[in-house]
Design a protein around this ligand. Structure first.
Ligand SMILES: NC(=O)c1ccc[n+]([C@@H]2O[C@H](COP(=O)([O-])OP(=O)(O)OC[C@H]3O[C@@H](n4cnc5c(N)ncnc54)[C@H](OP(=O)(O)O)[C@@H]3O)[C@@H](O)[C@H]2O)c1
Length: 262
């Protein structure tokens, strides 16, 4: 894998960074530097990471793994290393059989040296509370998850999740609003957020103007089929973004980063 910078366009938060030469091969340190969160955050900064096919599909055979490439896997790990919390919808947790974040000893040490917890916490959003308390999310993890759920959640599911060690936060409405999500993350002290989708949760964030930063991997394949795209919501909305960078791998993968216009 030869990850090349084929166009870097610095945001004001990155202006202090040394600019890699266009066409130069990037080290992990350089990729990390290109994805630094803004300094001095006073609210959660919500970055979302997706991989999509050339024809815009978010999955192949029901999961995103079929779209993955070595460069996408490398970025996926680096983005997890940089965040306080991974925010994810319950549909993705169920479809992808989520476990906790797993990081190398070196990655944990880098996090601690920069003032982060050794491992980020997974924060799951679910209206129904339908998360299996025996699933990998609770059994294969260093850090127990936070589950943000609604007043309509199934009481026995909530009780089972609590007994399994999850922190369950129940909001007053029948769904979890973007305001609820932001307030929960703020209360927990999580400001560097990595949203891993899926399209339902991301669609809500886009519609509510809360998608600050999008890392979109374009996988060099066509898949057709019936899968949806990276965001869906009841109504359409426009959120102009500016391009932060485009990285390319020799297999054709493009790693793109887009930041919301102020
Ligand atoms: N290509 C990629 O990078 C990528 C990334 C992520 C996911 N995916 C794919 O996307 C598909 C899943 O799509 P999806 O739209 O179902 O994903 P999703 O957004 O993760 O899940 C939707 C579900 O999450 C819960 N949820 C989301 N937002 C909520 C809110 N504001 N309030 C309350 N509950 C909320 C609800 O769960 P309850 O039903 O429990 O109430 C809802 O049914 C899978 O095929 C997955 O592989 C692809």
């Amino acid at each position: 894998m030869q990850l090349l910078d084929i166009g870097t366009y610095f945001t004001s938060e990155q202006a202090h960074l040394a600019r890699p030469a266009v066409g130069s091969e990037l080290s992990d340190d350089a990729v990390r530097a290109l994805h630094t969160y803004p300094n001095d955050l006073d609210r959660p900064w919500i970055r979302t990471n997706f991989v999509a096919s050339l024809d815009g599909s978010v999955s192949a055979d029901g999961a995103s793994a079929g779209l993955g490439t070595p460069a996408d896997a490398r970025l996926f790990g680096i983005l997890r290393e940089l965040c306080d919390a991974v925010l994810v919808g319950a549909g993705t947790v169920r479809a992808e059989n989520y476990g906790g974040v797993s990081l190398s000893t070196e990655a944990k040490a880098r996090r601690v040296a920069s003032g982060l917890a050794p491992v980020p916490t997974i924060v799951v959003v679910t209206a129904s509370g339908s998360i299996d308390a025996n699933s990998r999310l609770l059994t294969d993890t260093d850090v127990l998850p936070v589950v943000v759920t609604s007043a309509a959640a199934d009481g026995s599911q909530v009780a089972a999740l609590r007994s399994a060690g999850a922190t369950v936060i129940t909001v007053t409405g029948e769904s979890v609003s973007t305001g609820d999500i932001v307030a929960t993350l703020t209360d927990l002290g999580f400001l560097r957020i990595l949203c891993e989708g899926g399209p339902g949760l991301f669609g809500q964030l886009v519609a509510d103007g809360a998608a600050d930063d999008l890392c979109l991997t374009i996988s060099p394949m066509l898949v057709a089929g019936t899968a949806g795209r990276i965001a869906h919501s009841a109504g359409a909305s426009e959120a102009p973004m500016h391009r932060a960078h485009v990285l390319g791998d020799s297999d054709g993968t493009l790693l793109t980063r887009w930041v919301r216009q102020p």
